[in-house]
Design a protein around this ligand. Sequence first.
Ligand code: FAD
Length: 503
Amino acid sequence: MSGHDVVVVGSGPNGLAAAVTLARAGLGVLVLEAQPEAGGGARTLPLPGSETGLVHDVCSAVHPMAAASPFFRSFDLAARGVELVEPPVQFAHPLDGGRAGLAYRDAARTAAGLGVDGQAWLDLVGRLAADPDALLGAGLGDRRSIPPEAWKSVSGLLTTARFGLGVIEQGTRLWDRRFEGDVAPALLTGVAAHSITPLPTLAAAGTALMLASLAHSHGWPLPRGGSGAITRALLDDLEAHGGQVRTGVRVGSTADLPPARAYVFDTSPLAAAEILGSHLPQRADRALRRFRYGDAAAKVDFVLDGPVPWANAEVGQAGTVHLGGSRAQLVEAEKAVAAGRHAEHPLVLVSDPVVVDPDREVGGLRPLWTYAHVPAGSTVDPTEAVTAQLERFAPGFRDVVVSSRSTPASQMSEHDENYVGGDIAAGAVTMWQMVARPSLRPSPWSTGADGVYLCSSSTPPGPGVHGMAGWFAARQVLRDRFGRREMPDLGPTAGQRTGIGRG
Ligand SMILES: Cc1cc2nc3c(=O)[nH]c(=O)nc-3n(C[C@H](O)[C@H](O)[C@H](O)COP(=O)(O)OP(=O)(O)OC[C@H]3O[C@@H](n4cnc5c(N)ncnc54)[C@H](O)[C@@H]3O)c2cc1C
């Protein structure tokens, strides 16, 4: 075999971001993917066994990070025909009694709906959204350098300081001091809970402030046609630059790897350690195996014959809905999960793509994407718990359900083995693990084995469809293995400079 310049193992958004970047640098790239289709956490497929003609997002559905990420902005999804469609309400949080917190693109409009806490929302979230680049530098950066956006201007410095103070406030018992009512804290806590950790924590507060402020700066859009549209754009570009993808090829050991000058693993750290075996120095092996996985998500994909009958009609305008009730109820639910129990009223995320994309409806039927937080490795079918939460905030929901298909947390890894025990963040979201992800090496993308790199969301900047971990890993490969410091253009037009190619 003549050999490739680089073999990428895994074709999730980070694997493909690495592959695209390396192929655009002129290298011969081969991607090996275990599943029958490429895309990992960004795939849109018919439900197995379903005859409805509907397609469902297998993992990710909503894309604030793809909209904001420097990688995808340079790659320019829109110019490649990927339409990121913003819903009228970016995200919603219904409460009992038909009340709801509604996050609009416009921070002032959001604040107007939050009554007594409107100004508190503007001070905490709205001001961060006014300087998104400083925030993105911190949130989607390499966790090894201070991004220039954060310190090169007065506004950047102020935003960074505000973010830090906001994280300390919302990540500790101080978090209720700012709010008087119950809607704004619930609205923010629904976003914090994305990190699937006990609340409050500093890491969850960082997640909450970044994602909530992105609603006001870049939106929480859904790709027309589903998340697979993002994967298709990456695959098209990779193939246009000579890259190849082989699906249905699981790499279990180094014997499965064709010869190459470098390997980039879009896998979990544990899988990397297993594959590399004795090729990994003992210390590096221990570090990868010590990486901690977090609690889990269990998914239910519904087929409905009508819209969700939300008690508050405006919730039906949202692309994402967080179910779980008040801040105190969310805290209880996440505490149960962290203690290894199933919450009586779990936190549930819901997305109805028809809100932005009427073509997702087929023959009067529509898909509804949901998942609930559950303990790691849970084998419990979440359908009844999710249905009950939906019925609580949308009485009559059961009447529009035609069918459903659940994926317990323990089965999540069957369609993407990076989600160990159903941990969709591919590693516990703690302050320590957001930096030491997967370990405290100066370059977290180097595994410690010569020429082998990790690029999955178990490396900085962590979970989400943003492609940044892939781009950072590709930058490391280009420097270490090919002596290149200049990063290639990512844009659809030749000669266009990438905004993240500062080398
Ligand atoms: C249910 C769910 C909902 C989510 N919702 C959102 C959302 O709405 N918005 C958002 O931004 N993010 C969301 N995420 C998270 C997001 O999908 C991930 O953070 C993202 O896909 C990580 O990308 P990645 O490339 O690191 O890994 P992945 O997308 O997980 O891809 C890894 C790929 O590597 C392959 N692979 C692994 N091991 C091997 C091996 N040994 N050999 C060959 N191939 C291998 C896998 O099959 C997979 O295709 C969600 C995830 C899940 C599971």
